[in-house]
Each structure stands twice: as C-alpha cells, then as structure tokens.
Design a protein around this ligand. Structure first.
Ligand code: ADP
Ligand code: MG
Length: 525
C-alpha cells in the first residue's frame, strides 16, 4: 500500500516540475544590467538577457556589458537551413567583424551574469542588423517544449531506476513466506512475547520434550526471511534464514519429497530427543502457495557448516580432535539410547541414524559437533521390538555403508543391527577427523574414506568388492603410533569397523573411551 502511494508520487512529482518550469519561462525576465541604476533590467515576457564583449583596440581591455533584450528585438537567422548561434541558454548569438560577441539567455532571472562570451568565426549578425537573411520566430511554447523534454526524460529515467532498485532489493532479500495465514498464526509470537529469542522460546516449551507447538512453529516459519544457500543434499537445498535478527537454517524440500520432509520433522520431534550434540530443531511448515507446496524444516544455524567442510578448511590440535570426536559420539550415543518412560516422564525410543557421515554432522562455533540430517532415521518400537517404519535395506550413502548393508545380510528385524551399522560409519568419521590432527606440523590432507580404492560416487558393486570381499579399511598412518591419543583413536576406529557387526563397540563405549583420553589430555595441559 505504502509503496503504491510512493509510486504515484514519483509520477506526479516530475509532472508538477515540468508544469512549474513552464510557468517560470512565461513570466517577465529579470536580467543583470551593467548600465542600469539598480544593476538589473526587465526583458519582459519572451525576452532575453544579454552579455556582450567588445574589443576596445590598443592596449585597452575588452569591454563586457550586460543588458536586456525584449522579445520584439530578438533577431534570429537561419543559414543553410540551420539556426545559428544556438547555445543551451540562448537562441541567438551575434558577432560583428570579430570585434564583438553577444550571447544571451532566456532564464532564469539574472542568467546573463555568468555568461562568458568569446570571439567566434564569421557568419555573424547583431541585433537589429538589416543584413539578416531569414527570420525565425521562437515563441514561449517552443521554449517550454525544449526545456520540458529533457526534464521529462530525466524523470522517466529516475522512475525506471527507482523501480529497478526496488526490484533488486526484493530479490536480494529473497522471498518471504506469504503471511496470508496470519489468522492461523500464534499471537504469542506476534505480540505478547515479541522480544523472545529462539532460545528462550525453546526453553519455555521444553517441558513438552518434543519442541514448540505446531501453531508457534507455523508462525515462526512465516516470519522467516530466506537468504543465501548454504548447502545442498539429497532432497532439497538448505538456506540461511533470518528470524527477528537471529540466523536459522531452512531446509526446503520439493513437494514430491513430502514424505521425507514429514519423516525428518517427525523424528526431530521425538520426545526427549533434544540434546546439545543433535541439531536443534525449531519448526516445520508446509505452505501451499496455490501452485506448489513448499516444505520447510527450520533448525539452528551453524556457520562452520558440515564437519566435511570444516575438516577440508582447517587442521585441528589434539584437543580440537577430541572435542569434535567426543561431542559427535555424545550425540550419537544420545540418539541410540533408549530412555525408559515413567508415569511422570515420557521415555525416548532408541533411534538409528542410517546415514552417518561427515556431511551430516555440523560443527558449532565452540568446536563441538551436532548430528544432523535425520531424514533416514528409524526408531525402535519397544512394545513390539520392531522398527517404526518398514525399513528399506539399502539406504544411506554407499561409501559409508557397513559390509552387512552392502551385501544385504543385515537382519532388519533386529533394531540393534541399525545401531551397529551406524557405529561402522562413525569409525570412518573418526578416521576423517584424526587425519586432520596436526602434531609437530605433520598432518594428512583431508580425504574421504576409501578415496584411494573407489572413484567418486562409487557404485554398490564397487563398494561391496572393497569392503566385503577384499575387507579393506582406511589405512592408519605411521605417525599415529607415536602419540598416545592418536594410538587410542586408531584402536577405537578399528573396533568400530569390524566386519562382524556384533563385535563392534557400542556408542556408549566409544563415548567413554574418548572422554577418558580427553581427561588425560586436559591433565597434560
Ligand atoms: P540432505 O538431507 O539434503 O542431505 P542436509 O540436512 O544433510 O540435507 O544438509 C545438506 C548440507 O547443508 C549439509 O551438509 C551442510 O553443509 C548444510 N547444512 C544443513 N543444515 C545446516 C545448518 N543447520 N547449519 C549450517 N549448514 C547446514
Ligand atoms: Mg545430508
């Protein structure tokens, strides 16, 4: 509404300008006058102000004089079809025998004060010169047109620039979810608690154990402005968004991926799932814009991005390595853990991730990790000792698939199997982290597991051959044997990627081992 009003102003303003310019020209013109008593004269309607320069001869200085020229005395001549002596300010100029030069102007008042006449070549005439060939009369109307045209062009240009600038601003800020559902949204978020931060709101509702009420989620989602892309994964794109000055991450699923969106939102809202090492879920929203449905999943934003990106960019110290590994293992242990409910408190089912890898783990600002991308996770239904959805046997990323997943020998009726496959993948992640631990200036370059054995985007067949048939595992560099913490890391990862899934460590064991090395390292510091 406001912007429409402004648009009208931008149309009306230049028109008023043009009209007012027209009036200016039509009134009597006041000129600077060197021979008048008060220094000015009146050229009348359609008249001109004149400045002339005359050669005085000898050593005397040129004489410059100023005066008025009424309309009746304006001489204009045409030579070869062209008007002569035109200047931006004056319709005539005149020169006589290279000895004098007159230039004039038609406004504004006193415009001749700053005219600087110079001697010009022949084809001259002076006002009142009877030798003039043809006379052309310019009226006020022509003058108005001549001046109004540039003003009009400049105004149009100005309007075009104004609209272009507005359009740019709109694109730069991305799109905002339309607020047409404001009736359904939550007044709590809109007015009463307008100063609440996300943290405060999550805390307010933490009693429910499963996140914000749906109406609050919807309201937050529709107040978010989407900014730049920060990641691309299996389903959709992830963007940075802004909500009341805070950064959030917005994962947008295409409408055909509604089931994936629903599943991920459902898993994040599992009772008691919230944990500092699991990506903080804020809201999910599905918005039908008439043409397609937009599916949003809003979570905490972590500017360091994924562990994969982080390790590619940086090397870590021993304590940095332990911080990343221990925090990630805490997240995974919490995911895997079953919390038995009581009459007062609801319990938490065990959850298996099924797509654990460095691209699905994020690094927080304090150098700890949180587990993300829960779209493929499955929950243990303790009542029936079964998995909560019909599991597809080969989901996840081929490079990180456990041998029993690759050769399809995994027992999918046994929930524990999925946890063991997660532990295998976690061992590969520990290997990726440890390679980037710099000791005495020595560090391995970042590499994906099996970088030396399979091509990028390997097939199931290629992975099966390397992992199941040839039983290859990532190599342990020699330098790792010379430092206690790296030695423990090497042992830990080997115990995660045993071929025999039952022999692998549990996440609780991994967490405890890492915590104890971290303690020893702290003691050394
Ligand atoms: P997909 O399910 O499509 O694989 P992910 O949830 O794994 O999507 O996100 C894809 C990428 O987007 C991640 O690898 C990471 O680089 C980036 N990303 C996702 N969530 C966040 C977040 N909360 N903060 C910062 N970056 C993120
Ligand atoms: Mg992912």
């Amino acid at each position: 509404m406001l912007s429409r009003k402004m648009d009208i102003c931008y149309v009306i303003f230049p028109l008023l300008l043009i009209v007012s310019c027209g009036f200016d020209i039509a009134t009597g013109l006041k000129c600077y006058c060197s021979d008048c008593l008060d220094g000015t004269c009146d050229a009348g309607d359609g008249g001109r102000c004149v400045t002339s320069i005359t050669k005085m001869g000898g050593t005397r200085e040129d004489k410059i004089s100023y005066r008025c020229l009424t309309e009746a005395k304006i001489p204009i001549r045409v030579q070869n079809g062209k008007m002569q002596g035109d200047t931006p300010h004056c319709m005539v100029s005149a020169i006589k025998k290279h000895e004098s030069h007159i230039i004039c102007c038609s406004g504004p008042d006193l415009c001749n004060q700053y005219l600087k006449p110079t001697y010009a070549p022949a084809t001259t005439f002076i006002p009142g010169d009877d030798n003039s060939e043809t006379k052309l009369q310019f009226g006020t109307a022509e003058l108005v047109i001549l001046i109004a045209c540039p003003v009009l062009i400049v105004s149009i240009l100005f309007m075009v620039l104004f609209f272009a600038y507005h359009q740019c601003q709109r694109n730069r800020h991305g799109y905002q979810m339309p607020n047409d559902a404001s009736q359904e949204t939550m007044p709590f978020v809109q007015q009463g608690q307008s100063s609440s931060t996300l943290r405060e709101m999550m805390y307010e509702y933490s009693g429910s154990g499963s996140g914000l009420p749906l109406l609050v989620q919807r309201t937050i989602a529709r107040q978010i402005q989407v900014r730049e892309t920060i990641g691309k994964g299996r389903y959709g794109e992830v963007y940075r968004g802004r909500w009341r000055g805070e950064n959030v991450a917005v994962k947008i699923f295409p409408s055909r991926e509604e089931r994936s969106w629903f599943r991920e939102a459902e898993i994040y809202q599992t009772v008691m799932l919230r944990h500092e090492n699991i990506l903080g879920f804020i809201a999910a929203d599905n918005k039908d814009n008439g043409t397609w449905t937009q599916l949003w999943l809003i979570t905490d934003y972590h500017e360091n991005g994924s562990l994969f990106d982080y390790l590619n960019r940086t090397v870590v110290s021993i304590s940095g390595m332990l911080k990343l590994s221990l925090s990630a293992s805490c997240g995974l242990a919490h995911l895997h853990m079953e919390i038995i409910g009581t009459e007062v408190h609801a319990g938490k089912p065990a959850i298996a991730h099924r797509d654990l890898k460095s691209k699905n783990i994020l690094v927080k600002n304090n150098g700890t990790c949180c587990i993300a991308d829960l779209g493929l996770a499955v929950r243990h239904d303790i009542a029936t000792d079964s998995v909560d959805i019909a599991p597809n046997n080969r989901v996840g990323t081929k490079r990180y698939m456990a041998p029993e997943v690759l050769d399809e020998s995994i027992n999918m009726t046994h929930f524990e199997s999925f946890k063991r496959a997660d532990v295998y993948a976690f061992g590969l992640v520990l290997w990726e982290i440890t390679r980037r631990c710099s000791l005495g200036g020595i560090v391995e370059e970042y590499q994906l597991p099996f970088y030396d054995l399979v091509p990028s985007d390997p097939s199931l067949e290629e992975m099966r051959k390397v992992v199941c048939d040839d039983k290859h595992r990532p190599a342990i560099p020699n330098r790792w044997h010379s430092h206690e913490s790296l030695r423990v890391m090497a042992r830990l990862m080997k115990e995660c990627w045993y071929h025999n899934a039952a022999a692998r460590l549990t996440t609780l064991r991994i967490k405890k081992t890492l915590a104890s090395i971290a303690n020893q390292e702290d003691m050394k510091i």
